[in-house]
Ligand binder design. Sequence first.
Ligand code: PXP
Length: 238
Amino acid sequence: MVKLGVNVDHIATIRQARGVDEPDPVAAAMLAEFAGAHGITVHLREDRRHIQDRDVELLRKTVKTRLNLEMALTDEMIAMALKILPDAVTLVPEGRHELTTEGGLDVNLLRATLKQKIVLLKQAGIVVSLFVEPDLEQIKTSYKVGADYIEIHTGSYCEMRTDIDRREQLRRIELAISAAGKLGLGVNAGHGLNYRNIGPVVALKGIEEFNIGHSIVARAALVGMERAVREMLELLKG
Ligand code: PXP
């Protein structure tokens, strides 16, 4: 079955809006797991706008499935990953002024640093995934720098407003899945996916895990985390 990683960043966004201690992303992660989520994802940003160090430390102790730490390729974050030892790290680009991760990592540009840091993470037993656009060059380089997985950025597909444009983006994703498969890279996907647009991406086959945050947290605010996760899991059955 296709797996679901639930990103609980925006539970922390609500908490930080008031600077208090609730809602707690650690509690949200537990509820997501009770509902059948296969993993929990958090993005510890340099500016700590939502997830805090304390959250990652506690999640490491409490997550029973798999903890995926999304983070920028900085010395601070590499040190954090080596201390916390999440099950997986997903390296993402990070811009201070962006509302959310805006594009894939430029693996070609960063190849020398990536190669070095990926060795360190893998030596510590951490699975390494690179968040990339569905672009064949980026995928080939992801393989060359030693990544275990790519996470395909589905943002462009999600932003398209016509069927023709959506089909074109789906085709790019399909080619990316196939290229990664031939290189032996595992394939995850995420960004911008919701209850309405995920169906055609699931139907492509070949994606091991979807990482979904905003749409699940938005629905959870109205119907509860467990129901929101169960409804998404139903859609992943295809
Ligand atoms: N995957 C990655 C690498 C991300 O950066 C994000 C956003 O934090 C997501 C998945 C989840 O995106 P969304 O919140 O739009 O579901």
